[in-house]
Design a protein around this ligand. Structure first.
Ligand code: UGA
Length: 435
């Protein structure tokens, strides 16, 4: 099938490459010429494992190309909208400028009967509003939310847990379902569950899923706070409650909390939308979820400051990790970067490093000092703060690190190090929610 993907960021670029890899003829469109040039050359402008290989194969097959010219989508049967919906500058709501802009740009080029399939995360009610214009142009609108995780984006796109189609409540909706079934035929053949819903349900499925995940993380981080005043160990607690299949161990890793371009802004946008709908009280707990999450960043900072008995000014602190999670170079709302910025703000001599995210971090915070390698960052450090659990940091040898630093103090902001091994080598070790 001929497909277009409007918006070629973390979501759209992966979707475009994945759709081409399963045999579709895909054109990816973005307003950013640098992004389009990089993708056309097979080198994604962001770090995503497996994407360069997928891009290269798809481009070589002749089934994938990228352009800044939206008119090139005119013969596509399905147009996926994968543009960003960041947090508004003036509040917690979602900024729909890019979604509205994409639809406006697309309208003049829509072939009659073609389908626009929204993938962006939008406030409930958005699809119904956009459908009016799309249907008036002789095309159709569906909402097909995306659940991919950065770092696993290729796998999540090709082998999703489920497919959700939010379709119009009219007689033509069955045709829209058939079109999406044709797009995802290969995925459906493997038995992937597929749920057909109305627009509102599809939009809510996405934000509800992210709200649940955020709540799960903040729940365990709240337990970490209680553990900290009782001497309990939150990691053992998570293991123990996680054995209950109804609870499950995944997303129960206590630490510096969640960040990224999705969870934080999605719970804020959900809260703002619920308030607009007069149902603010229904999701009022998400404000607590957000607050618990942000408190954990300060907790890491406090542990560093306390290790210097309050005198952090001028102290050399190595911050390991800048990305919001490993296997990503994304620093949007990154807890790791936030910790570095807060420590720098307190006058600490902060040296940060990350295997992939230095460039993005530097663009956001040029005032910080960046080291290209881990050993450079660790050199003469008086405290080591691990805030993104890259494999390279998890595997650090406490004896080897001890030879580099000036003072053996480590704060494990992701509870990913073996505390006994570090203590055995003479380190003062601090975890989150751990004795
Ligand atoms: C999240 C969802 O997991 C995806 O399903 C969704 O499609 C995506 O948002 C989106 O809306 O586009 P992502 O932001 O890539 O995916 O990252 P996650 O793996 O969910 O991690 C989010 C944050 O939670 C990271 O900062 C991570 O370090 C943190 N986290 C995760 C914890 O602190 N503890 C955990 O146990 C798990």
């Amino acid at each position: 099938m001929k497909l277009s993907v409007i918006g070629c960021g973390y979501l759209g670029a992966v979707h475009a490459a994945a759709m081409a890899s399963i045999g579709h003829d895909v054109v990816g469109v973005d307003v950013d010429p640098a992004k389009i040039a990089a993708l056309s050359a097979g080198t994604p402008p962001f770090h995503e494992p497996g994407l360069p290989e997928l891009l290269e194969q798809a481009i070589a097959s002749g089934r994938l190309r990228f352009t800044t010219d939206i008119s090139e989508v005119h013969d596509a049967a399905v147009h996926f909208i994968g543009v960003g919906t960041p947090q508004r500058k003036d509040g917690g709501g979602a900024d729909l400028t890019y979604v509205d802009g994409a639809i406006d740009a697309l309208l003049p080029h829509l072939a009659p009967g073609s389908l626009v399939a929204g993938k962006s995360t939008v406030p409930v009610g958005t699809a119904a509003r956009l459908a009016t214009a799309v249907h008036a142009a002789g095309a159709r609108l569906a909402w097909n939310p995306e659940f991919l995780r950065e770092g696993f984006a290729v796998k999540d796109t090709l082998e999703p847990d489920r497919l959700v189609y939010g379709v119009a409540s009219d007689d033509d909706a069955a045709d829209d379902v058939a079109v999406l079934d044709a797009v995802y035929a290969q995925t459906l053949e493997t038995g992937t569950p597929r749920l057909v819903t109305d627009y509102a349900t599809a939009e809510l499925v996405k934000v509800a899923a992210n709200a649940f995940l955020a709540t799960k993380i903040s729940f365990i981080n709240a337990m970490a706070e209680i553990a900290e005043v009782t001497g309990a160990d939150v990691t053992t607690l998570a293991d123990a409650i996680g054995h209950d299949a109804r609870i499950g161990r995944r997303f129960l890793n206590a630490g510096v909390g969640f960040g990224g371009g999705c969870l934080p802004k999605d719970i804020r946008a959900f809260t703002a939308r619920a308030e607009e709908l007069g149902r603010g009280e229904s999701v009022a707990f998400l404000k607590n979820v957000d607050e618990i999450n942000l408190r954990r960043r300060q907790r890491v900072v406090d542990l560093v400051v306390d290790s210097f008995e309050g005198q952090v000014h001028g102290k050399r602190v190595a911050v390991l990790g800048l990305a919001f999670k490993p296997d990503s170079d994304d620093t949007r709302d990154s807890p790791a970067l936030d910790v570095a910025v807060r420590l720098h703000g307190l006058g600490a001599d902060v040296v940060c490093t990350d295997p992939q995210a230095i460039d993005n971090a530097r663009r956001q915070h040029p005032q910080l000092e960046y080291a290209a390698t881990t050993s450079e960052a660790l050199n003469d450090a008086e405290a080591v703060v691990l805030v993104t659990e890259w494999r390279e940091y998890r595997d650090l040898d406490p004896a080897a690190v001890a030879d580099l630093v000036a003072r053996k103090v480590v704060i494990d902001g992701r509870n990913c190090l073996d505390s006994d091994a570090w203590r055995a080598r003479g380190w003062q070790f601090h975890g989150l929610g751990r004795p």
